[in-house]
Design a protein around this ligand. Structure first.
Ligand code: CS2
Length: 487
């Protein structure tokens, strides 16, 4: 069986739809940081849809951490297969929007040059929450972050995302180049504002004049992104090869649903994304809150409670009627009433989410979603809890989800089987677990003291008591009992 590349495509065989434009005629206009599965199943597809009409917006990808994506895709001329799966249905399409992938640690000089190149007009990011090096509770740059400290001391390149962007922008400034747009596509509230703050703060620490120039010339619009894209498995690779008739080292598997809402504030042009189905708007905030709190909030609840209840994937977890009823009630009674999104039927949105979660073709692992909880819990769960407390309304199900995160940090299911805690704060979290357990209240209290996660809620006695009560039930009686009992 041959490998996917430009030649295989020319042969025109196989059931995968090929790009409908001449790849030889496209050129890059976007540099994307974080070229993982999500970007390749989301933004790259919208761009792929536009390249026939607007050939100068192809993407140069950059991997800041790992070199394996470049290794997998370079022999394929950066082509890859996108498989869309729903239940027993599968369709495949080859995406050609990525024309190069850079991997240049430790200083990322090649990435900095790509951002500084004259044809680059937009930089986009899917680097995940932790790469913003922010204090999760406040959204401000953590100047004590080891990568930030290292970058501030380094004279040349940069390893952190805020450092890399500030350095690349400073190169553009020195060379007298026109401004560009930096578009965050990560699951953070006010992601554009957050990115602008961490980059500007980094620049300020290095050169206040640079920080001022960034503030005056660079646009950081916000965007809401949504598509469920589990990590690709070897089984996916084999199935896609059997379907398409060629080998692809790193295809992506996703669901039919896809959504992108972008704040229309670009300073150096943009592709006509609205013609590819993107919602362009002046205010992403309500969409962002809807998605982060309903989808990602449910996802995190489902991950921590699901792991504890012994479910390996999201679809397995929501097939449990107790879990499904808990999620449905949390969305309907606790989250939706705190949202207001013009033109969107939130009840229908929540119903559609439960259907998306139930897609058995996606093996979306609960442990994958459980990763990096310290960076996710504030915007996914705590924001709604704060809003409800402010109005004196109950929040038992959200509280249970927070307790389930803490329960998860013990590193062991109720039956004693262990799993690894993957989190940028893992060392501190595991040390707390080790020093306090089996004393559950001591364990819970020490976790609730983590101000970078809980902020003001650390000092709120009612919140603390409510979480500790749920934590006790989780340890003594397990996740299913806790979900069935919570009101
Ligand atoms: C998930 C998200 O891994 C996670 O934390 O909640 O990746 C989720 O699948 C996407 O945001 C869906 O758009």
């Amino acid at each position: 069986m041959g490998r996917l590349n430009s030649k295989t495509l020319e042969s025109g065989k196989g059931p995968a739809k090929a790009p409908d434009y001449d790849r030889g005629a496209i050129s890059p206009g976007i540099v994307h940081l974080g070229i993982g599965a999500f970007h390749r199943a989301h933004q790259a597809v919208y761009i792929d849809d536009r390249l026939g009409e607007e050939p100068d917006w192809a993407i140069i990808g950059a991997s800041l951490r790992r070199g394996d994506m470049r290794e997998a895709l370079a022999p394929q001329d950066f082509l890859y297969t996108l498989a869309i799966r729903q239940g027993d249905e599968i369709s495949a399409r080859v995406i050609g929007a990525i024309v190069d992938i850079l991997h240049a640690p430790p200083g990322n000089l090649a990435v900095i040059e790509a951002i500084a190149a004259p044809q680059t007009r937009i930089v986009t990011l899917t680097v995940t929450e932790k790469a913003y090096c922010r204090n999760p509770a406040t959204g401000e740059l953590n100047l004590d972050h080891p990568e930030i400290r290292a970058d501030l001391e380094s004279g040349g390149g940069a390893g952190s995302v805020p450092g890399l962007l500030a350095t690349a922008l400073s190169v553009r400034r020195q060379r007298g180049m026109p401004p560009l747009t930096v578009l965050s596509c990560d699951n953070l509230p006010d992601n554009g504002g957050t990115l602008s703050r961490v980059v500007t703060r980094f620049a300020e620490a290095r050169d206040p004049a640079l920080a001022r120039w960034i503030g005056e010339t660079i646009a950081f619009p916000s965007s809401m992104v949504d598509r469920i894209v589990p990590a690709t498995t070897d089984a996916d690779r084999a199935e896609i090869a059997a379907l398409t008739g060629y080998e692809d080292a790193w295809p992506v598997v996703t669901e039919p649903f896809s959504q992108w809402v972008v704040e229309d504030r670009f300073v150096a042009g943009r592709p006509a994304l609205e013609l590819a189905g993107v919602i362009m708007t002046n205010d992403v905030g309500p969409f962002e809150a809807m998605k982060l709190r309903l989808l990602n909030g449910s996802h995190s609840a489902l991950a921590y409670l699901g792991v504890e209840a012994g479910y390996e994937t999201v679809a397995d977890a929501v097939a449990d009627p107790v879990l499904a009823a808990y999620l449905e009630a949390m969305m309907r009674d606790e989250i939706t009433p705190m949202l207001d999104v013009p033109g969107v039927d939130l009840a229908a949105y929540a119903r559609a989410l439960l259907e998306r979660f139930a897609n058995t073709a996606l093996k979306h692992r609960t442990l994958q979603i459980a990763m990096d909880g310290s960076q996710k819990i504030p915007q996914r769960l705590l924001g709604t809890i704060r809003d409800r407390m402010g109005e004196g309304r109950p929040h038992g199900r959200l509280t249970l989800a927070v307790a389930a995160w803490i329960r998860h940090l013990s590193g062991e299911r109720g039956d004693g089987s262990p799993y690894a805690i993957e989190d940028p704060m893992a060392e501190e979290l595991s040390r707390i677990a080790e020093m306090t357990l089996p004393d559950v209240p001591a364990f819970g209290n020490a976790m609730l003291d983590l101000r970078p996660v809980f902020g003001d809620l650390s000092g709120n006695e009612n919140f603390r008591d409510a979480v500790l009560a749920q934590l006790r039930i989780l340890f003594d009686e397990g996740a299913v009992t806790a979900m069935a009992a919570v009101r």
